[in-house]
Every structure is written in structure tokens, then in C-alpha cells.
Design a protein around this ligand. Structure first.
Ligand SMILES: [Zn+2]
Length: 68
């Protein structure tokens, strides 16, 4: 049925492109993922307005959401 959705995003710490694997069946979620490049914690917020996920990434500990 649901396969994991693989996508890429930009680390808000080092701005490298990192690979993320999402679970579409989990719906909207927020979790912390360590950057595979710089190993710093990224707060990943995922929504599914359609078939494609919309990701918002910010540095853990920051109050403001990083845009872009
Ligand atoms: Zn990084």
C-alpha cells in the first residue's frame, strides 16, 4: 500500500541537501532528524496538502521557522 516517500531538503544549519524518508500514512507530523552532513538536529515539519509533501525545516532551538 503506502510506500515511504523519499525526498530531499536543505539543512537549515549547513545548507547541504539531505535525503529524507517520509511516511505518507503518518500524515502531518513534526520530528527531529539529525543532519546527515553536519549532524545537527533539524526540526522537520511535514504536511500533505496533496500527493506531495510540504516540508518546513528549522534549527532545533530556534524560535522562528526557517523559510526556504
Ligand atoms: Zn547540516
Amino acid at each position: 500500500m503506502d510506500a515511504n516517500f523519499e525526498t530531499t531538503a536543505q539543512c537549515p544549519w549547513c545548507w547541504e541537501t539531505i535525503d529524507l524518508t517520509l511516511d505518507p500514512s503518518a500524515g502531518e507530523q513534526t520530528y527531529v532528524e539529525d543532519c546527515s552532513v553536519c549532524c545537527r538536529p533539524i526540526v522537520v515539519h511535514v504536511t500533505w496538502p496533496g500527493d506531495e509533501p510540504v516540508l518546513t525545516l528549522r534549527r532545533e532551538g530556534d524560535e522562528q521557522w526557517a523559510d526556504g
